[in-house]
Each structure stands twice: as C-alpha cells, then as structure tokens.
Ligand binder design. Structure first.
Ligand code: HEM
Length: 382
C-alpha cells in the first residue's frame, strides 16, 4: 500500500515533465531525481537571478525586495551566501540545540497537560516561532509577534500584500534599531558586515531578512505538523524509534523527504530552452520539482513507502547545489529534538480529528499536511 500520495508519478515515468499553466507562461516542472539535480547545478540554463520569480506563484505583489541569496546566481550568490553561512551553522552547536530542547520540553509539557491540542497552530507554529528567535539571536518574547502572523508570513490569499508590507515594516524597524546600536543578532550582523568592501544597502539587508521569514517558517511548521500526524496515525511508530534511538536521525530525513513542504521552485531560462520536449521562451520559467524527485522510484527503493530507518536517503528537500538550504541545520535540529522528546515523554499520540490540506493547481492536486490536526498526547510514565 502506498503511504505517500504522488500526483507526479505518471508524468515522471512517461515524459519527465509536467506543464503548469499560469497567467503569464506554462511552466515545465522537471520531475525526475537525476534531472532535478542536474538542472539545480546548471544556473546558466536555469537561472535564479530573477527577483520575485523564483517562488511559484511569483511574489511581485508580496514584497518590494529581492530575496538574498536565493534570487541570485554564482558567483554573486556565493559571495552573498558567505556573509551569513556561519550564522546559520550555529544551529548545529550544543548550546543552540539545548535552547531548542528547552522550548520543545515546555511546549510538550503544555500539550500533555491539556485534554487535546490543535497541533498546527498550538504546537508547530509556536515551536518554530520560538526556535526562530534562537536562530535570529533575538529575545524569545519576539516569538509572540511571529505567532500572531499565523502559519504564513505572507499568504497568496486576499491579504497577502498587506501581510507582506507588515513584515517589511517590522524588518525596517529591526534594521533601524541595529543601525543605532548593532548587536550580535541577525540584524546586527547584516548591519556590520562588509560585502565587497562596503556595507549592505537597506534593500540587501531586507532581502536577507525577508527570506529568513518567508523560507524559515511554514516549511518547518508543516514538516513538524506532518510528523505529529504520522505518529497519530501509526501508534507503533514511536515504539519503533524508541527501540533504537539511532533511528531518530534517519526518521527525520524520511519525514523531510515525504512531507516536502515546497513542491517546486522556479528558475528563469535566459534563452529559448527545450525542457524535455517543452519549449521555454527566453525570460520564461521552468521549475525544479523537489516533491516529485523525492518520490522517484529510480532513486529510492519503495519510494512511496515511509521507512523510518531509510538509508541511504538522497532526498532533495533542502535543494541541491549552490542554493542548498541554509536553514537545513536549523530544521534538522528542530525535527530531531522533537522526535527525541516525543520518544522520552509521550507514550502515544491519539488522533481526535483532522482536516487535510491540499495544494490545488491546474496541473495537479497535492495533499500535504493539515489545515487542522487535533490530537491528544498520552504521557509516558517515568
Ligand atoms: C523543512 C524546512 C525547509 C525546507 C524543506 C527548505 C527548503 C529549501 C530549498 C529546497 C532551498 C533551495 C532553493 C533553490 O534551490 O532555489 C532552500 C534554500 C534556502 N533556505 Fe530553506 N528550507 C527549509 C527551512 C529553512 C529555514 C528554517 C530557513 C531559515 C530560517 C531557510 C532558509 C533558506 C535560505 C536562506 C535559502 C537560500 C540559500 C541560497 O540561496 O544559497 N530554510 N530551502
């Protein structure tokens, strides 16, 4: 039986590509594992130097700055990335992990004390909002504001533009404070750092910070909520991890593989390009479909089965090549810590009710995660 819905299976096997019609263009989605990895390395053909147009749908109306370093190609992207990479890698350090542990312990204790909780809004959202304050190096109280923004920092819904403006205003305030007295937080780093011998402009600073919120929130929130949902639907799974805690790292990777929150990410073709038989006109886009590559049966044995001890697991949930996700260490710390503490503190998670979430498009419907997931946590006796 298949554990993971795979809306791309037929097209991946037959053509390796699926056309996604949009207002401006039909975007060929590259579906096979090998092809996605190849395209991710070929920025001359598939370029990220396209402000607002790397995400699909594009985000001209949601922000006024180019996100960095994601909306740039090497060598410019490589130089931008170097400025912030050490900051992101702090998520691997024991002191960082200990703080995420403390946040997770508190949230699980609250969940255990209640009859039931809604795991997306009351567990995954506060967990990642608080963990993000650790990554940003700001006071944990700031998380209340992030929680107030909800799961999406800007949604492609009716009030997306409004939420986008609110985020930019918030970030401008943080950079104003840092300009007056730069501290050791993310805003201070971007204020003090030199890029090619000069300070970053405000637009560049905002571009880095905007991506931190746009890329670093709903992705982790969905991954965490999906993991909780998985344990709620498979009571034996926590026992399986407890039997060999070495499986926690493998299980985290498997959750990232099958619950990839970002179905695909765009690239612009600077010249007319043939993508598996579909023509992309110069200036139009193709996309790298990570979600399909992760389920490619030529790269994964029993690809549509969730195997919590899968190894090797060459998933592309954190991308591939030059733009490999800078937040991966953070996401891994959050997921692994959660699984460890669930094993220690929780005997079983009971599903009370759920409303599935589906990404609807003109080319595919992809079920992913939950609009709402109500669960009851049963404590593990010490
Ligand atoms: C499960 C969680 C996450 C997933 C699945 C994910 C996925 C991705 C993917 C696929 C890319 C490559 C984009 C491309 O090639 O165009 C990427 C890049 C990036 N991600 Fe993540 N991400 C996650 C969490 C985070 C977090 C927590 C942060 C920060 C708080 C973050 C920040 C970034 C940044 C800054 C880049 C751009 C790197 C570059 O262009 O050099 N991500 N992410």
């Amino acid at each position: 039986m298949s554990d993971v819905p795979d809306p791309f299976r037929e097209a991946r096997r037959a053509e390796g590509v699926l056309g996604l019609p949009t207002d401006r263009e039909t975007i060929p989605m590259i579906l096979r594992h090998e092809d996605v990895r190849k395209a991710a390395k070929d920025w001359h053909t598939f370029s990220s130097d396209a402000p607002y147009r790397v995400p699909i749908p594009s985000e001209e109306h949601l922000r006024s700055v180019r996100q960095l370093p994601i909306e740039a190609d090497p060598p410019e992207q490589t130089d931008y990335r170097k400025l912030v990479e050490p900051f992101f890698l702090r998520a691997k350090q024991p002191a960082f992990i200990a703080r995420v542990e403390a946040i997770t312990e508190r949230l699980l204790a609250e969940a255990l004390a209640r009859d039931s909780i809604e795991a997306v809004g009351e567990l995954a959202l506060p967990l990642q909002s608080r963990a993000l304050t650790v990554l940003l190096g700001v006071d944990e109280a700031e998380a209340e504001r992030f929680i107030g923004w909800g799961v999406h920092v800007f949604h492609h819904g009716d009030n997306g533009a409004e939420k986008g403006k609110e985020l930019e205003q918030y970030l401008n305030e943080q950079f104003d404070k840092a300009a007056a007295a730069p501290g050791d937080d993310f805003y201070g780093l971007l204020t003090k750092t030199l890029f090619h011998g000069r300070h970053l402009t405000r637009a560049e600073q905002l571009g880095f910070a905007n991506l931190m919120f746009a890329g670093g929130r709903d992705t982790v929130i969905y991954s965490v909520a999906c993991a909780i949902g998985y344990f709620a639907e498979r009571p034996e799974a926590l026992e399986f991890l407890r039997a060999d805690p070495g499986r926690i790292v493998l299980a985290s990777e498997e959750f990232f593989r099958v619950y990839m929150p970002l179905t695909h990410i765009g690239r612009v073709c600077p010249v007319d390009t043939d993508v598996h038989g579909m023509t992309v006109k110069a200036g139009d886009r193709a996309s790298l479909c990570w979600a399909s590559a992760n389920l490619d049966e030529t790269a994964f044995e029993a690809a549509d089965e969730i195997r919590l001890d899968r190894r090797p697991n060459p998933h592309v949930s954190f991308g591939f090549g030059a733009h490999l996700c800078l937040g991966a260490a953070h996401a891994r710390t959050v997921m692994r810590t959660l699984l460890e503490l669930l094993c220690k503190r929780v005997e079983r998670i009971e599903l009370v009710s759920k409303v599935d979430r589906v990404e609807h498009t003109q080319a595919y419907d992809r079920p992913l995660g939950y609009e709402s997931l109500i669960v009851r946590f049963h404590p593990r006796e010490a």
